[in-house]
Design a protein around this ligand. Structure first.
Ligand code: DGJ
Length: 722
């Protein structure tokens, strides 16, 4: 797995199918020498001697220059002029760091990253960790680079720990990973972008000289960009081409990008956004970066996604619901918004229970003085006008229908019109002298403060203890502005946004471990914080407020680049759709939601008999098939970004069943027949489909004949191995 070749000073980080090679030059400089398909033979170190210094590069190593090397963790202030992975300002005002190799250890397994979410390994996993200590002798700073190799998963994780043994320093940049692609050829950068109601659409662009990056400055990972990018060989498709995935296990401000220099070396990086980040380390203090998860696939984008899906589903998500079947929810938000009473909620639940829905979720509006979105956030006690018998009585009524009861919270926020704000105005993020701007009438609580975090823990736990609540939707509906903390000194205000995220993780760890039987789902105005950091605490995320079936085809397709369908909350809602006004057939709405964490976001009492019939059979199908959607392998066959069709296939773990989901956006008049080529089948085997029998080889080589002649046509083909 991890091999150290002492004679040549090379580290081989081998997974089943990939190798990542690091070299030590002149006992000092860490070089990035290879990342790609697994090497069977030793690396020829001549490649290092060929990397001679070029014209006008400074000669920090005689004939060689760190400016011209592919590096593992670059620093600012000396010879390397490219974007640094590490940058700090020291107490004498200087901004120069020189990190050289000091020592390394190789250990079994993977240590936990205290206070930060991260992938983990289980006892029998083939995982090893290499930790390399780099040292700056003048400033007495150590940087520990950790690499964990998940051999069977084909993934490598990276993070860095900075330990300051010298005088006070201010950390400006500390990337989680930096990979120099020496001699990068024609390549593309793929990332996931959008906004509210159209999250994680796919952007793909040619990589050119200079820096190209995505970032969040919102305080959350955001709907605008996702903490992920892939560097792909030009034209890489779903099953061909080299793809290098970078995913960050973090929920706050991040950056990811690649800077290509004049010698065609592409420096790819991912980590906390250095913009607005300034973290003071006094003598003896340390800083840990979030974890980056690196995946190489020589089999295109599909190969990369398959690795992320498996790793994130089984070695990032935790707890009781990681492997078990989840709930079929009905949520009252779009059914009632703020206009509900106990009776209305019970009536929605009653109808839902008749078709097999097992969990009723009460959304926003049950607490404090909340009649609309202008008041009440922060006051987490029931509103007796709405719920005369309180949550306990409502939960009992729902339980009496044979259903679970779930509840919405937005604990990180406060309305100025709330008891909490009147008592603790300084608990909201703010900066003295600056007007604090409201978004949706609310301010963000200062989770960099322990007392604020403890208030949230106490309030949420109190509510969860008083009624039988088995599911929580944890919402967060604004980005941060006028960021400042009342208790941090002026020179530490640059730490607030990161400390907020650390505070959030402390809150989530405490609450989720106190209530291990509760299923938690995160949400941020839909998918505004759909990231691996949140998935560590909550195994599913509300994918988007946009539940229009056509829009969801794209949102879910883009999301699946990194995240498994088991992590995507997906509900059937009413038409005309509340976000886009579009009307789609009920069947298509059910079919599109079904591969995710399936549920409803409407009042089934208002549905026709025909719709109820479809809903009932969808719930039944989902219960039978969810293990295939969630634990099987997922293949993207036709992209809704490129065609009027979306085709996704799921192959069961035992490889005996394949479900092909085909959904049409627009029909083509007098459409020509086309073939949808399946993946992941056994070419030797026969497959039956509704009485017909096809060869696996035919389905994979040629495909299933399909004619797109029906607007919003939605089809499910279930192939059974004979
Ligand atoms: C935003 C969420 O995305 C919605 O589903 C709903 O919970 C509202 N917040 C409630 O305020």
């Amino acid at each position: 797995m991890i091999k150290y070749d002492k004679d040549n000073q090379l580290f081989y980080l081998n997974t089943k199918s990939t190798s990542y090679v690091i070299g030590i030059f002149e006992n000092e400089v860490l070089l990035h020498l290879y990342w790609g398909e697994r090497l069977k033979n030793p690396l020829n170190t001549n490649i290092i001697t060929q990397m001679k210094r070029r014209s006008f590069s400074a000669d920090d190593y005689g004939d060689y220059s760190t400016n011209d090397f592919p590096l593992e963790y670059s620093t600012f202030g000396s010879v390397d002029m490219r974007l640094p992975a590490f940058d700090a300002v020291y107490s004498d005002g200087s901004r120069i760091t020189k990190l050289v190799y000091a020592e390394h250890t190789i250990t079994k397994g993977k240590p936990v990253l205290n206070g930060l979410p991260a992938t983990y390994c289980e006892e029998n996993d083939n995982a090893e960790t290499l930790t390399i200590r780099l040292h700056d002798s003048l400033k007495d700073v150590d940087v520990y680079l950790s690499y964990t190799v998940f051999e069977d998963f084909n993934a490598i994780t990276r993070s860095a720990k900075i330990v300051n043994n010298g005088e006070r320093l201010e950390l400006g940049t500390a990337m989680s990973a930096c990979v120099d692609f020496f001699g990068i050829g024609a390549s593309e950068m793929l990332h996931l972008d959008g906004h509210w109601a159209r999250e994680r659409h796919i952007t793909r662009r040619e990589i050119v000289h200079g820096n190209q990056s995505i970032e969040s400055r919102f305080g959350a990972s955001s709907a605008m960009h996702n903490p992920f990018m892939a560097i792909c060989s030009k034209g890489a498709s779903e099953n061909h081409g080299d793809v290098y995935g970078f995913s960050l296990v973090y929920s706050g401000n991040f950056t990811a990008g690649i800077e290509v220099d004049g010698y065609n070396c592409g420096r790819a990086y991912i980590g906390i956004n250095p913009f607005g980040f300034n973290f003071v380390l006094e003598t003896g203090e340390e800083f840990r970066t979030p974890e980056a998860v690196l995946v190489y696939s020589g089999k295109g984008l599909g190969g990369m996604s398959g690795i992320y899906h498996k790793l994130y589903r089984t070695r990032l998500c935790r707890g009781k619901y990681r492997d078990s079947e989840r709930f079929v929810l009905i949520n009252n938000w779009e059914a009632t918004y703020f206009n509900f009473s106990e009776e209305i909620i019970v009536n929605i639940a009653k109808k839902a229970s008749e078709i097999g829905v097992d969990t009723m979720v009460l959304d926003d509006g049950w607490f404090g003085s909340r009649k609309d979105d202008k008041a009440g956030l922060g006051d987490w006690y029931e509103n007796p006008d709405r719920l005369p018998g309180g949550l306990k009585s409502l939960a009992e009524k729902i339980n009496a229908l044979g259903m679970r009861f779930g509840l919405w919270f937005e604990p990180e926020m406060v309305n100025p019109d709330s008891e909490l704000y009147r008592n603790h105005p300084d608990w909201a993020l703010h900066t003295e002298g600056r007007a604090s701007h409201l978004t949706r009438w609310q301010l963000t609580l200062d989770l960099s403060r322990k007392d604020v975090c403890d208030y949230i823990i106490e309030s949420v736990c109190r509510v969860l203890s008083k009624a039988n609540i088995e599911y929580v939707k944890w919402d967060m509906n604004r980005y941060m502005t006028e960021v400042g903390s009342a208790i941090l000194p002026a020179d530490r205000q640059g730490e607030v946004m990161h400390r907020y995220i650390l505070g959030l993780y402390y809150v989530l760890e405490t609450i989720t471990s106190r209530f291990p039987n509760v299923l938690f789902e995160s949400c941020s105005s839909g998918g505004g914080r759909f990231d691996p950091g949140m998935l560590y605490y909550m195994p599913q995320t509300w994918t988007s407020d946009d539940s229009d079936a056509e829009e969801r085809l794209m949102i879910q397709y883009g999301t699946s680049m990194v995240y498994p369908y088991s992590s995507m909350g997906a509900h059937v809602s009413a038409c005309p759709n509340h976000q886009v006004g579009r009307t789609t057939p009920f069947k298509m709405r059910c079919n599109v939601a079904m591969p995710g964490q399936f549920g409803f976001e409407l009042d089934l009492n208002k549905c026709t008999e025909k719709e109820l019939e479809i809903a009932k059979s969808a719930v039944k199908d989902y219960k039978e098939l969810q293990h295939i959607f969630h634990k099987g392998s997922c293949y993207r066959l036709k992209s809704p970004f490129e065609t009027d069709l979306s085709a996704i296939e799921f192959v069961s773990e035992d490889e005996k069943t394949a479900i092909l989901c085909v959904d049409c956006k627009k029909a083509t008049p007098n459409a020509a027949p086309e073939f949808i080529r399946l993946e992941g089948l056994d070419k030797e085997a026969l497959y039956s489909l509704d009485g017909d029998v096809y060869g696996g080889d035919y389905l994979m080589n040629k495909g299933l004949l399909f004619i797109n002649n029906s607007e919003h046509g939605s089809y499910r083909y279930i192939f059974k191995k004979c």
